[in-house]
Design a protein around this ligand. Sequence first.
Ligand code: FES
Length: 547
Amino acid sequence: MNAMPQPSGDTGGDSSDDTGDDTGEALVKVADLEDLAPKGHKIVKVGRKQIVLFKTESGIYACNNRCPHEGYPLAEGNLTDGCVLTCNWHNWKFDLESGETLIGGDRLRRYPVVVKGAEIWLDVSDPPAEEVIARSLENLRDCFRREETIRMARELARLQRAGGDPLDAVRAAFEWTYERLEFGALHSQGAAADWLGLRERHARDEAERLTALVEIIGHLCYDSLREYTYPYSGKQTAYGPDALAAAIEAEDEDAAVAQIRGALAEDVGFAGLERPLCQAALAHYNDFGHSLIYVIKTGELIARLGDAAAEPLLLALVRAMANAFREDLIPEFRSYAGALAAWDGNGAARPSAEDFVGLSAKRAMALAVEASGDPQGLYRVLLEAGAWNMLHFDLAYQARTDGQISQNVTWLSFTHHIAFANAVRVACESYPELWPQGLLQMACFVGRNAAYVDRELDTAEWRVDQPAAFLETHLRSLFDHGQPEFIVSSHLMKILAAAEAEVAAARHAAFVPVLLAAVNRFLGSPLKRRHSLRSAKQALDFVGIED
Ligand code: FES
């Protein structure tokens, strides 16, 4: 047990060595009643605690002198309405009697006061750790109402200081938000796995470790802010891998959810779900590759957060997959089904990345089929081709305001390919039967993006001479990215995490310098986040031909 803190004489508190009374209560004498007479308040110090005593109409109250908002001294505050204390820095108001924060967020730490004759005694014992942890989680949830990310950081720090597991806050945040995602998992779920990975591998101190958690929780808050609740079906059916894949294929969210519930009831871990989820994700060119990325990242998240977090993560995942749009059904990629049927695994061609440059999606897929005999080799070539496209992205497409909707191309069209490629490799190394789908969908990316490159672009300035240092520098820069939008920081996270993983998996592959130069150019180039004029022009054109 910690020794009882001593009152400090230099603050004017009683300097006697009273540290309890004969009843055994954990009380410490801090002042005499007459000490409050001059100003109506008095600051005392007990150990490291700086406490302010207030004499009010309804009695004497004691609280932390540091405002829970930004730490300014509450002794400088005003008392009104009996015992309502206002901190004059930002007008937060605290009811000293009830302990409620009337205006503001964080709760004020108060100390029970006992008046013994002419003496003021305080109970300065800390509440049980479990109580502090539970309150921090409760307060963290309250932060979601107003998207108070700075306050989230404080509550997480309090939880951690009380000995709590900060990952409990992440688990809780997924629990609070998954029903508010109308179309299931979003980038906040995918990026969370990468943030936890960054925290484990690259954080150097507590502040950086905390940053990663605030980023995850803040993004989940943003995604669920002011959203309605969209409950999941409560049905549960006996788990069967084929039935799960079939439910997603049928876009039957309720059946897929019932399968997940069945799997959880049968203690089927993510390892038992991963194959059908990968199959379903790659059954189509789903959501521009997002489905597979989310499957892989959800697996990583469950590995880090434990099975206790599995239900909200998996339900949000299958909702997203059941609602995914299937780009292989639109004309640009419609040859996908034929290419997949033609894939026999015997294609002997060994094309280079250069051979893919400028090919349409249809022709890129046809060339991939010719190289079907060497999936790993083709994977590296397609990754290099995708990185080459990214390195040569014609930024005029991002800037222009007079293009067709179909030409609304941004950096993210290119960075998605890299993140998808990473997910394809991870999935197909575990389930090699999925290489055809994964590679043909990579060819779809290559073909789609090929139309928006500047082949003559001089890219020498983007060359990366020291890959390890480059990645370390930029990954670590994520702890202080300065981006106001979570979606932007999550995309920075996504591309850097994918690049790190792919370079680590094939350090000397030909794609490495191209990929790093592409990432370098992306990080060093403007990212246009709003297209107001283009949207307005496209709206006028569109509405103009509606009749
Ligand atoms: S520091 Fe007290 S209200 Fe901001």
